[in-house]
Ligand binder design. Structure first.
Ligand SMILES: Cc1cc2nc3c(=O)[nH]c(=O)nc-3n(C[C@H](O)[C@H](O)[C@H](O)COP(=O)(O)OP(=O)(O)OC[C@H]3O[C@@H](n4cnc5c(N)ncnc54)[C@H](O)[C@@H]3O)c2cc1C
Ligand code: SF4
Length: 563
């Protein structure tokens, strides 16, 4: 054995597994398909506006040539595009009439650099949902199983927020919250008065408002409210693999990182029912290599992990490794987005705010929890909200030149507020990732084919979210209210999950309650593919907690000699 453990993928989940294993004394090899990235050195967060090409815009021809969808994200710009995979170089397939946006980051740290850092726990409303209404299989865990691990990851990552005492949105050991502005406080007061079971709270985000000794020891500092986080943060003020988990793992002396290492297959030893090797292709030289370890963690992200398992077919697992259930690749979910509303407010023109707060506010799910009347769909949605004063020029949509224009740009316009809905997507077997039989990428790996659509439940839920958002803005005194359109095709929320799901029963699921493959004792999967339902919460915090839990379970098994 070269190592005790191999972790595939250095993003949010792989970073956590590596940290926990290394801290338990496990000699760990982290394999990452993307390039090496140096924390601080490779970021553009200190570039002044005039130092960023094209004033931050990515040229249209470049977008059209290389990127299928990224141009619609605020986090995709000239100072951050290095963190976004070019679809032209890493193609995938979809049916022509069923688009899916597969947004990836192939580099050390994965999408922990570009993520939006919004972190919300799931609750027993989510863990019990499938069992309660029969849509999907039961989660093999409940909130009590994961709650201490949420505590652990929130303390280490550093999460700012307020405690609310809500059943559907459990609290954690939060750092000081970022303040709501005057408009948001007014909105909160009006909405909570009108709807006593709805709550408006500050956005919970993985930012250090008050670094602890543990954070400082890793070289992390307090958030400076610059809101250029998608470029990477030289202060280490938000949580990423590069600012937090990988430095912690490195400190132990137990971590080895190999970048440019594309894992294409796992070898399976049927006699021992174990993974016997992890096969890697060097991204630059295309040379093959194999590594061995006592335990293997797949954290290559939801679709990437399904790709590796499906590509590791053998005579013992003809449908894909660990895929006796035929669930690998199926039940792909994302959150329902493109829903909500926007409006302007006529008041508070004598008020402003300090800094560029890198979070907004949050309105947790109430539908089918505290409000059940007139609901013709299952599950529900939550809103993330953002408000600001745009400059006069933006608000008026005018152009100009010279001193007059500069003066206009310095003059704040009206307040705007946006309610951005995140709805639950149900797990459906035909929402599916498969491998193309004929076409391969430049390393000879079969291309991923994604066939995934929203269903009737998602449509109804989206319509209700649009109506509620409009009604709430109107009730809070907003004008020029515009409802968002129909739900966007899946993939847009970048919360893909579910292709290697957990479950009680090996006949219908791939992983057990500790994220270990039912069929293979030394294989764990802890990225979003393990999810059994999507809930409405941004999911990465749950991936972190499950990763930390599974890594410690595996470390116990390594210690006891049971792996
Ligand atoms: C703009 C944006 C905003 C977001 N906002 C939020 C948010 O506010 N809250 C939230 O919860 N989530 C958010 N997300 C989603 C979040 O980034 C993902 O849920 C999270 O990163 C998933 O973690 P992961 O470890 O599964 O995957 P990743 O972080 O993507 O890491 C996977 C890693 O595996 C590597 N890899 C893939 N295949 C292989 C292979 N074959 N061999 C070796 N290595 C491989 C990749 O290169 C990558 O480094 C956002 C994402 C984006 C892009
Ligand atoms: S807002 Fe905070 S976390 Fe974001 S880039 Fe600035 S200092 Fe870093």
């Amino acid at each position: 054995m070269d190592f005790d453990a191999i972790v595939v993928g250095s993003g949010i989940s792989g970073g956590w597994v590596a940290k926990e294993l290394c801290e338990r004394g496990v000699k760990t090899l982290l394999l990452e398909r993307g390039r090496k990235v140096e924390h601080r050195v490779d970021y553009m967060d200190f570039a002044a506006p005039w130092q960023v090409p094209n004033r931050g815009r990515v040229p249209e021809d470049e977008r059209a040539q290389h990127y299928a969808i990224q141009s619609t994200s605020h986090a995709f710009n000239a100072a951050s595009k290095q963190w976004w995979v070019r679809d032209s170089e890493h193609p995938y397939l979809t049916p022509p009439d069923r688009p899916y946006s597969w947004i990836r980051g192939y580099h050390l740290g994965g999408r922990s650099i570009t993520w939006g850092r919004q972190v919300y726990r799931l609750s027993d409303h989510d863990f019990g949902a499938n069992l309660r209404d029969g849509r999907g299989i039961d989660w093999p865990i409940r909130y009590a199983d994961i709650s201490p691990w949420y505590d652990r990851v929130e303390r280490f990552a550093g999460v700012s927020g307020t405690t609310e005492g809500l059943e559907q949105l459990p609290d954690g050991p939060f750092l000081a919250p970022m303040d709501l502005n005057c408009l948001e406080l007014d909105f909160k007061q009006k909405i909570e008065q009108l709807h006593p079971t709805r709550r408006v709270t500050t956005g919970r985000c993985a930012h250090l408002t008050e670094p602890t000794a543990e954070h400082i020891a890793l070289g992390r500092g307090p958030c400076q409210l610059r809101n250029v986080c998608e470029r990477g943060c030289g202060y280490g003020a938000y949580f990423s693999s590069l600012s937090a988990t990988l430095p912690a793992a490195k400190k132990t002396g137990n971590l080895t990182v190999v970048t440019d290492a594309i894992v294409d297959k796992l070898d399976y030893d049927h006699a021992k029912r174990r993974i016997s090797g992890v096969r890697v292709i060097d991204a630059n030289t295309r040379q093959g290599k194999s590594f061995q370890a006592r335990v293997v963690f797949l954290c290559a992200s939801t679709i990437g992990t399904a790709q590796i398992l499906l590509g590791s077919r053998s005579e013992y697992f003809p449908k894909g490794l660990a895929n006796r259930s035929d669930a690998v690749g199926r039940y792909l979910m994302d959150h329902v987005v493109g829903i909500g509303a926007i409006g302007t407010h006529p008041g508070f023109l004598d008020r402003y705010y300090y800094g560029r707060r890198p979070t907004g506010f949050y309105l947790p799910r109430y539908i089918n929890i505290t409000e059940r009347d007139d609901v013709d769909f299952a599950r529900g949605f939550a809103f993330q909200g953002y408000s600001h004063r745009s400059s006069w020029q933006r608000a008026q949509g005018e152009v100009g030149v010279g001193a007059g224009l500069k003066q206009k740009l310095r003059t704040p316009g009206r307040w705007e507020m946006r309610l951005v809905g995140f709805g639950e997507m149900l797990p459906r077997a035909d929402n599916r990732v498969t491998l193309d039989e004929k076409r391969t990428d430049k390393w000879g790996i079969p291309l991923v084919h994604i066939d995934c659509t929203h269903g009737e439940n998602e449509r109804l839920l989206g319509e209700r979210a649009n109506r509620d958002a409009v009604a709430m803005l109107a009730a809070a005194g907003f004008e020029n209210i515009e409802s968002n359109g129909p739900v966007r095709p899946p993939g847009h929320s970048v919360h893909e999950m579910g292709t290697v799901r957990m479950g009680h029963d090996p006949a219908t699921s791939v992983l057990d309650r500790y994220n270990r493959a039912h069929d293979i004792g030394n294989l764990f999967v802890t990225d979003g593919s393990c999810m059994v339902s999507s809930g409405t919460s941004n999911p990465s915090l749950t991936y972190m907690a499950l990763s930390a839990r599974a890594a410690n379970y595996a470390a116990d098994l390594l210690t006891s000699g049971d792996i």
